[in-house]
Design a protein around this ligand. Structure first.
Ligand SMILES: Cc1cc2nc3c(=O)[nH]c(=O)nc-3n(C[C@H](O)[C@H](O)[C@H](O)COP(=O)(O)OP(=O)(O)OC[C@H]3O[C@@H](n4cnc5c(N)ncnc54)[C@H](O)[C@@H]3O)c2cc1C
Length: 403
């Protein structure tokens, strides 16, 4: 019997990764019928619309890793994409600043890593650092030339328009609730009661990617543990304290970069994000608790193994989240003039961080394939920067499965 398909490829998730995948499919194989299903009323409601907006250079990532390859290429492509479509962006460069002697070896290691990844990096003395950022204090710094800022929500919207112009359909308010697979097709049922059949499915569900993989009958071998990142912004009359982007030296035990100072494309200076456990996958404040999400996180053995390993760091982050005084104190290491009154609460974001059963925080991007499906299981920062190469990679995998 001939199977009838509603489309060739179903993409679950209208964040920047899903929309970039849809766009790449229409470019790599024109005529492929693509449908994107997004549960919210528009694109980029979650990670893509709630981040630092930084086009990362790729300096932090292990040479040869997917993050390094895709971020370096993706940063250049993101700048070109924004320029081509008239989206706001700026290549500002950034400083990474050591505030303690113990951080200097790690700062030097970053210089080596950046050069290995082909990134322009300059070591700065205190006087040179002050020329860039007079109000920032540190004992050593490096300048990375290719870092920039943009609006990833606007990029996602543009990708949706380009995919639609090429024949794709992007449907909002369509949550995928069930997934079935036969030898010749996949089928999904949405919250609107629609059933759609396709030749293949791509899972770009971000904070829900492990759930969608399980709905499809696959065993992803990881779990998304949501980590909220909280931000403040500098009061307008204090925004001149920060001219560009200023980052601390990251702790290599964590995939998070530490609280940084970011002058965005609208001139607002954001201070953050920290990294605290979220009590719901879309838990944008301590008051948002979803017992189902929480029970799943607590029942997962990897959560406890991770907590045992990192409790000291985690406790510090929670303290700084609950006490503005502690948060301000931490920021003052980089920016001594800042006072608690200068910091105005700003919207937070939640990172979809994959954790393995043994408690390992997955560092690199992670994809998994099964018949007729490609799952994007770990796409945290810098996946927005790297979204164009990631989309092409996912499109390549799904088209190879259909050939
Ligand atoms: C605080 C923070 C700061 C960050 N800073 C940066 C930065 O400066 N630079 C950078 O490059 N990256 C940054 N990132 C990372 C970046 O935002 C993410 O890597 C990127 O947005 C991931 O995109 P995505 O499409 O995978 O996920 P998302 O944007 O979360 O999209 C997933 C989509 O899937 C939808 N969905 C889920 N389940 C279903 C379902 N069952 N049916 C239908 N739809 C579904 C969701 O509604 C959502 O819209 C940051 C992230 C955070 C949280």
């Amino acid at each position: 019997m001939l199977t009838t398909y509603d489309c060739d490829v179903l993409v679950v998730g209208g964040g920047i990764v899903g929309l970039s995948t849809a766009y790449a499919l229409t470019r790599a194989a024109p005529g492929t019928r693509v449908v994107v299903l997004e549960k919210e009323s528009g694109p980029a409601h979650h990670q893509t619309g709630r981040n630092s907006g930084v086009i990362h250079s790729g300096i932090y990532y292990r040479p040869g890793s997917l993050k390094a390859r895709f971020a370096v290429r993706g940063a250049a492509e993101m700048v070109a994409f924004c320029a081509e479509y008239g989206l706001p962006y700026e290549v500002t460069g950034k400083l990474i600043v050591a505030t303690a002697h113990a951080e200097l070896p790690r700062l030097h290691a970053l210089v080596q890593r950046g050069r290995a990844n082909g990134i322009p990096v300059r070591e700065l003395g205190r006087a040179q650092m002050a020329e860039y950022e007079p109000a920032v204090r540190g004992i050593g710094a490096i300048h990375v030339g290719t870092t920039g800022v943009c609006d990833f929500g606007a990029v996602a919207g543009q990708l949706a328009r380009l995919a639609e112009d090429a024949g794709a359909s992007v449907r909002y308010g369509a949550e995928v609730r069930a997934v079935g697979r036969r030898a010749s097709a996949v089928a999904v049922r949405t919250s609107r009661g629609e059933v759609l059949r396709a030749r293949a499915l791509v899972n770009c569900a971000g904070l829900h990617s492990d759930r969608v993989a399980r709905l499809a009958g696959d065993t992803p071998g990881m779990r998304i543990v949501p980590f909220r990142g909280e931000y403040f912004e500098l009061a307008p009359d204090r925004a001149e304290l920060v001219r560009g982007l200023v980052y601390p030296v990251p702790d290599p035990a964590f995939p998070f970069l530490g609280v940084h100072l970011t002058r965005g494309i609208d001139g607002t200076v954001h201070v953050g994000p920290n990294a605290v456990p979220a009590l719901a996958r879309e838990g944008y404040g301590w008051g948002v608790v979803r017992p189902g999400d929480l029970a799943g996180t607590v029942a997962f053995p990897g959560t406890w193994r991770m907590a045992r390993r990192h409790w000291r760091y985690g406790a510090g982050e929670v303290r700084r989240s609950l006490s503005k005084g502690s948060f301000t104190e931490a920021v003052r290491r980089l920016l001594p003039e800042v006072r608690a009154d200068d910091l105005i609460p700003a919207p937070s974001g939640v990172r979809a961080q994959a954790v393995l059963r043994d408690g390992t925080l997955v560092d690199d991007f992670l994809f998994a394939e099964s018949p007729r499906m490609v799952h994007v299981l770990n796409a945290p920062s810098p996946a927005a920067t790297a979204s164009l190469p990631i989309g092409r990679e996912v499109a390549r995998r799904v088209l190879a499965g259909l050939a």
